[in-house]
Write a protein that binds this ligand. Structure first.
Ligand code: NAD
Length: 568
């Protein structure tokens, strides 16, 4: 793609002047552009937003047509988008979504990367990831919040089980906090770099092993990591001192996880929680023991097959140490990087003895219809997000975790593109927040409308057997009717745009997922739509988990009046 593209750099308009015919169409227009803002997009010149090749539009002609069509679209019309290309405008009605999107979908027998790439090369499709092709990406805040929520759920589990974590200062772990515990993890990359801040936001201490000095330095510069220790021994000494004072601290240490984790085990370091976010999913990007960091690229290029074998053997050593920490009573989980399977291939047969993070911690939240709830200020004014932050805190005064997150996010998170915020809210909560924002737009407290959407990773909107729906209680991991019903119910309930995607997060053939975005433009009609969408959307999570046999979900359904014909 040319770098002299006259459209670049793309930046969503700010302020209250409309370039489309209403806020209901101005909002998708600004959010499409916002996804391609260089603050958000990894490669805007190729229309790539994030996640490998996740794109906002199929090609530049499609981008131009999307912009042109959104500017002309009436409030009783709907634009249809097929894998990043606007293919039709239909007369609908004012309750219908203004945009309906289907990205990257393939018939199951053809749903593999090879066929997808062939079709992509022919210009017939594009990869939409989750929020790239559905125009609701908000930068790395999403990763930080998800990681914060995962570690908070780890703390809850320890509390629920009444476990005194090994090596803690004694007494049960306080609810919702990692104070008095030490976590060990590895990998400070794009995703993994959120771990140190997520642990300290939960009051814990964490040692992060990373083999690339530049990654450690960058995380310290961005204030995601507090300090670097000169050696593993020093890291443990610092960690124990901080833990004993119940002082949050994140410590980076330069080294190889497959060497250092066994050392921690051998020296009986008092570790409570162990996970990993090295790029284990691709063995060429996992540094094997015995290879110097400086030789990594040359060695993997010279002999990819031999390198893969050595990386898998090192992962076997790494995972063996994780399992043995679990044997000693530590809380251990796989953080979505496939390290268990690579260790199995490397010859270790106990690799799957610890769970993935979704079944272990996130599923209980999904049972309550809890999941990511994000919003962006179309004004572009950070003061609008500050006002919504205050509103959320007032709306949910007793939710300590939410208060902790919002307060710290306001201090620590730099906005990328349009100012935005994310938090996790459950069934019965999301619509209250949406209605409050709509009122604030109507009263003029906010200077322009707010868009409210979410990642496709939510309680009732994704089928992804290697991640979100791994190990469902009734074995329904691969049933993809749920995300389709989710998209249909959001369409029927009045969302402003709705999307159905394939292959986000985990790749072709492995997931089907759906998203929705509502526009709080301050009108009475928007309030009625928001109330329905933000009730029914998380409601899908509750019914999906009731159907799969989770009692926690059945209790939520009973208590909060979710109607399920064959229950109760
Ligand atoms: P990344 O490639 O940006 O970073 C990985 C880091 O691991 C690098 O900094 C690398 O130097 C380091 N590393 C590699 N081998 C090492 C070793 N032996 N010892 C110490 N450090 C080592 O990857 P990322 O974007 O941070 O993602 C990390 C992993 O998480 C990936 O496997 C990714 O697929 C997975 N992931 C998980 C989720 C989730 O839902 N939890 C979502 C997306 C991705």
């Amino acid at each position: 793609m040319t770098t002299d593209n006259p459209r670049l750099p793309i930046r969503a308009p700010r302020g209250t002047e409309l370039s489309a015919k209403s806020w209901q169409t101005e909002a998708p227009l600004r959010m499409l552009m916002n996804n391609l803002d260089p603050e958000n997009a990894e490669r805007p010149e190729d229309l790539v937003v994030y996640g490998g090749t996740g794109k906002a539009a199929r090609n530049w002609a499609s981008y131009d047509a999307l912009v042109r069509t959104l500017r002309d679209l009436e409030d009783d019309e709907t634009m249809l988008v097929q894998s990043g290309k606007p293919v039709g405008v239909m007369r609908t009605h004012e309750w219908a979504p203004r945009v309906l999107i289907a990205n990257s979908n393939l018939v199951p027998d053809w749903a593999n990367w090879e066929e997808f790439r062939r079709l992509e090369d022919l210009g017939l499709t594009m990869y939409g990831q989750m929020t790239a092709g559905s125009w609701i990406y908000i930068g790395t805040q999403g990763i930080l919040q998800g990681t914060f929520e995962t570690f908070a759920a780890v703390a809850d589990k320890l509390q629920r089980e009444g476990r005194v974590p090994a090596g803690s200062t004694g007494g049960a772990t306080t609810a919702g906090t990692l104070a008095g515990t030490i976590t060990v993890t590895a990998g400070l990359g794009g995703m993994g770099g959120a771990q140190p801040l997520a642990v300290t936001m939960n009051d814990g201490v964490v040692i992060c092993i990373e083999c690339d000095q530049s990654r450690i330095t960058r995380r310290i510069e961005h204030r995601f990591l507090d300090v670097q220790a000169a050696s593993l021994e020093e890291a443990v000494t610092m960690a124990v001192a901080a833990r004993d004072e119940r002082r949050p601290l994140s410590i980076g240490v330069l080294g190889n996880a497959s060497v250092m984790l066994p050392e921690l085990l051998e020296t009986r370091a008092p570790i409570d929680i162990v996970t990993d976010q090295t790029s284990a999913h691709d063995p060429l990007f996992y540094l094997p023991a015995g290879t110097a960091f400086e030789d990594w690229v040359a060695e993997r290029e010279a002999d990819p097959v031999g390198f893969t074998k050595r990386a898998q053997e090192s992962m076997a050593t790494h995972v063996r140490a994780m399992v043995e920490f679990q044997d000693r009573g530590a809380e251990v989980f796989d953080y979505g990087n496939s390290i268990r399977d690579e260790a199995r291939k490397g010859g270790y047969d106990r690799a799957f003895e610890f769970p993935g993070f979704v079944p272990a911690y996130i599923r209980p939240l999904f049972c309550e219809g809890k999941g990511p709830f994000r919003w962006a200020a179309l004004s572009g004014d950070p003061a609008d997000i500050a006002a919504t932050d205050r509103a959320i805190l007032e709306l949910f005064p007793d939710n300590e975790r939410l208060h902790k997150w919002i307060t710290m996010a306001a201090e620590r998170v730099a906005f990328q593109g349009l100012p935005a915020r994310i938090c996790w809210l459950g069934y019965g909560e999301r619509h209250l927040a949406g209605l409050k924002f709509n009122e604030m737009v109507a009263s003029g407290e906010l200077t322009a409308p707010i868009v409210i959407g979410r990642d496709h990773l939510d309680c009732g909107s994704v089928a992804s057997p290697y991640r979100e729906t791994e190990a469902m209680r009734d074995g329904s991991d691969a049933i993809a009717d749920w995300p389709l019903l989710n998209a249909l119910v959001n369409t029927a309930s009045g969302a402003s745009w709705v999307s159905i995607h394939h292959g986000g997060g985990v790749g072709m053939g492995r997931s089907i997922h759906a998203g929705q975005v509502c526009v709080a433009d301050g009108t009475e009609l928007a309030a009625r739509k928001i109330e329905r969408v933000l009730t029914n959307d998380p409601g899908m999570g509750v019914i999906r988990h009731v159907d799969a046999g989770y009692e926690e979900a059945a209790e939520v359904a009973n208590a909060r009046g979710v109607r399920i014909p064959m229950e109760g």
